[in-house]
Design a protein around this ligand. Structure first.
Ligand code: AMP
Ligand code: ZN
Length: 112
């Protein structure tokens, strides 16, 4: 499958890894929007959170479980924001489910 994040997970494309376990991979965003900007993804390819169903919910839960671990690893003791974009209107540019972790500073612009 021609998926950028699958290639990153497989090591075919380099990334700056910050965390990995059997189900989850986390790496620095190449174009950071905050002092700390990390992407947390399932190793299993899932297009987006819109595809959540009983067959993949355990993989998605593993990603959510990893988020506070990654945040701690990144020193985000003062808080952070988690975002997942979905589809065209949501501004999703890479069609492999990923959660952005943003922090390391007071974040601007709250949409929700
Ligand atoms: P989204 O727009 O929500 O789909 O997020 C995709 C994110 O992937 C963007 O924040 C990009 O900066 C990031 N990105 C794209 N290519 C790479 C790459 N090779 N390594 C790390 N992050 C990337
Ligand atoms: Zn993928």
């Amino acid at each position: 499958m021609d998926c950028l994040f699958c290639k990153i997970i497989n090591g075919d494309i380099p990334s700056t890894k910050v965390y990995e376990n059997e189900y989850v991979f986390a790496f620095k965003d190449i174009n950071p929007n905050a002092k700390v900007h990390v992407l947390v993804v399932p190793k299993k390819h899932i297009d987006s959170i819109d595809c959540a169903d009983p067959s993949n919910i355990c993989d998605i839960a593993k990603v959510i479980e990893a988020i506070p671990v990654v945040a701690k690893e990144c020193g985000l003791a003062n808080g952070y924001r988690v975002i997942t974009n979905v589809g065209e209107d949501g501004g999703q540019s890479v069609k492999h489910l990923h959660f952005h972790i943003l922090g390391g500073e007071k974040l601007p612009v709250k949409l929700a």
